[in-house]
Design a protein around this ligand. Structure first.
Ligand code: ATR
Length: 280
């Protein structure tokens, strides 16, 4: 064990933070590998972020995840930002170098694509157009992931059309902004439908979209994971389609972060999934 002499430390910074499932995920892996260490929830507000980040090295932290409301704010505070994180405009993983340098990554795009692969191993981004609903931070990560995988066309609909247009401009010609009212007809010929909005989350109304025009073989994915089966996913299943819940993205984005900090690339085992599901 390379780090046996050192107590391994990482955590997640955000505010509020106690709802985060990341401690349960990373502490599960630390225990599984028999590593001595801990991953802590760190309640950090925006005005304390820079000091908190610069304290990581002297405290001996290998790194941290960042969550709401810190992911975008951290970019100018880091010594280096990976191109994927740069394109997404947000950092969800900070890695502390031996010299104290702070490097920023965003593994949400990776996590999303891996969650599709886990649920549908035959899925390929080039199988057809994708329809993405929503234009917030989660949508940015998903666009980056789908484009990197070779998606030929992404139809992007958002309630506020300017935000979809802005993303289409930033991400290039394969992303086409469409009107929110066109989201149902946009399903014709699509291979993937993704909900990145907060609709369908516990306490929110369900996402309004009739699935009639969506081809039978298309995947339907929702980044919402509370509840695990949203109304959208339930309807997709009822018509015989394949549904991918939002927990996979959360579980898989954690893998490369753990690897960067501690060495081994961990797996999302059925036991880990059950454990996190039970905590939702
Ligand atoms: P995140 O970073 O988690 O993606 P966000 O930036 O707040 O969060 O984005 C939330 C997304 O849900 C946005 O696309 C938002 O649409 P607007 O850009 O028009 O705000 C979408 N959303 C939230 N409530 C919605 C509603 N009632 N109907 C449709 N879209 C909604």
């Amino acid at each position: 064990m390379p780090h046996a002499e050192k107590y391994l430390l990482a955590g997640v910074m955000g505010f509020p933070i106690m709802h985060s499932r990341s401690p349960a995920i990373h502490n599960y892996w630390l225990a599984e590998y028999g590593m001595l260490g801990h991953y802590a929830p760190l309640a950090v507000k925006p005005d304390g972020l820079e000091k908190a980040l610069r304290a990581l090295h002297p405290l001996g932290f290998a790194g941290v995840n960042l969550t709401i409301p810190l992911k975008e704010l951290a970019l100018p505070m880091l010594d280096e930002v990976d191109p994927v994180a740069q394109a997404i405009g947000a950092v969800n993983c900070v890695v502390v170098g031996d010299d104290g340098r702070l490097r920023g990554f965003n593994y949400d795009a990776f996590g999303y694509v891996e969650s599709l692969r886990e649920a549908a191993p035959d899925w390929r981004a080039n199988q057809g157009p994708a329809v993405v609903l929503g234009a917030g931070g989660a949508a940015r990560a998903i666009l980056a992931g789908l484009l990197a995988e070779g998606a030929p066309e992404i139809r992007l609909a958002n309630r506020t059309p300017e935000r979809a247009q802005q993303l289409a401009t930033e991400f290039g010609a394969r992303v086409r902004a469409i009107a929110w009212d066109e989201r149902e007809e946009a399903l014709a010929g699509a291979a993937l439908l993704v909900n990145t909005t907060s609709m369908g989350m516990t306490g929110q109304p369900p996402l309004e979209i009739a699935l009639d025009d969506l081809p039978a073989g298309a995947l339907v994915s929702d980044i919402v994971y509370a509840p695990l089966e949203t109304d959208l996913l339930a309807r997709a299943k009822r018509r015989g389609g394949r549904a991918v819940d939002g927990l996979g993205m959360l579980l898989h984005q954690a893998r490369p972060a753990f690897r960067d900090w501690f060495g081994p690339m961990p797996k999302v085992t059925p036991e880990l999934r059950r454990k996190i599901e039970a905590s939702l």
